[in-house]
Design a protein around this ligand. Structure first.
Ligand SMILES: Cc1cc2nc3c(=O)[nH]c(=O)nc-3n(C[C@H](O)[C@H](O)[C@H](O)COP(=O)(O)O)c2cc1C
Length: 324
């Protein structure tokens, strides 16, 4: 399949794996890229720019296809060494960067000068337009369904994607709630140039996370995510578990007096224990409503091939058949 995204990134299939904290290591990024999509290393999961340089080199050992690095701009007290991470990306010869969190204006000139394509992930049409106006090559539009941070507008993809098509000139990926060929074909119909998936890629053989996490995804239904941190205007969609309930209890008890310090136990430093050690209940972790559509643990290649083959059938048989 050829879309503006496959052309822009030089890939075979219009399927991206979005950056995921403590999930997006070289093994997963390389597996997605080797399957013909584009995988992403999560920059800030690497503790230092030197660690990121090393992760990029490991990924290059595993694939000769293009892969991306995610740079998330966090609302943290102590800012990470962004210039150092950008240097590691440029010197590592990375071809695509996925930015997220806030407008990437401060790093954009360095990335563009190095010939890197920048796709900015955002949750609203106005932020997508801003990304377009500052020179991003593409955007990834994350709907309300998405795992992670859906923003504060709560617009689902059935509305957000057609709205993005009405306003944008640059290519865009549909992100949030994407799992299979139905997701891809529907997104293309709504004007997108492909799909970005997070949660679905966690339940793959190559995702370097504990089996307990993959099993929790298989066991969950579309009813099993919750929004947390809304009172802090840092809304995150997470898997429902004991820690999520504890956090929600605190939100209810403290109301708008809640501060980040009140929920440190549930959110800070929990990812390694969840993703590596498999202690899935000790903290909150991002997860999309799409868990309701995930019922197996294929390889990335099996998943991507299935999406593309089924999309072919869906378009040529089911949809074309409706016309006759
Ligand atoms: C476990 C997990 C961790 C994530 N971490 C990040 C991150 O560090 N930076 C980022 O930009 N997006 C992050 N995301 C969001 C994904 O890149 C993607 O936009 C989102 O998962 C799409 O929604 P879906 O899960 O419904 O596919 C994360 C998502 C998950 C599930």
């Amino acid at each position: 399949m050829k879309t503006r995204i496959t052309e822009l990134f030089g890939i075979e299939h219009p399927i991206m794996q979005g950056g995921m904290h403590y999930v997006g290591f070289a093994e997963l990024a390389a597996a997605v890229s080797n399957a013909g999509g584009i995988g992403t290393i999560t920059g800030l999961t690497q503790k230092t720019p030197a660690d990121l340089a090393n992760e990029i080199a490991r990924c290059k050992d595993m694939t000769d296809k293009p892969f991306a690095v995610n740079l998330t701009f966090l609302p943290t007290v102590k800012s990470p060494d962004y210039p150092g991470y950008v240097k590691a990306i440029i010197e590592g010869g990375v071809k695509v960067v996925e930015t997220a969190g806030r407008n990437p204006q401060e790093v954009l000139p360095y990335l563009k000068d190095a010939g890197i394509k920048v796709i900015h992930k955002c949750t609203s049409v106005r932020h997508a337009l801003k990304a377009q106006s500052i020179g991003c090559d593409a955007v990834s539009v994350d709907g309300f369904e998405c795992g992670g941070h859906p923003g504060e507008d709560d617009i689902p993809n059935m509305i957000l994607l057609p709205r993005a098509q009405e306003e944008l000139e640059i290519p865009f990926l549909a992100s949030g709630g994407m799992a299979d060929a139905r997701s891809l074909v529907a997104s293309l119909a709504m004007g997108a140039d492909g799909i970005n998936m997070g949660t679905r890629f966690m339940a793959t053989k190559e995702a370097p996370i504990h089996d307990n996490v993959k099993q929790a995804i298989l066991n969950a239904t579309e009813l099993d995510t919750r929004l947390v941190m809304r009172p802090l205007r840092n809304t995150e969609r997470v898997m429902y578990n004991d820690a999520t309930q504890k956090l929600l209890d605190k939100e209810e008890a403290l109301g708008d007096k809640i501060k980040f310090e009140d929920i440190i136990e549930e959110v800070v430093g929990v990812y390694p224990k969840i993703m590596k050690e498999g202690k899935t209940d000790i903290g909150v972790w991002s997860c999309g409503m799409v868990v309701g559509l995930i019922n197996d643990i294929p390889t990335c290649k099996e998943l991507v091939d299935r999406i593309m083959n089924d999309a072919n059938d869906l378009i040529k048989k089911r949809l074309a058949g409706l016309l006759s």
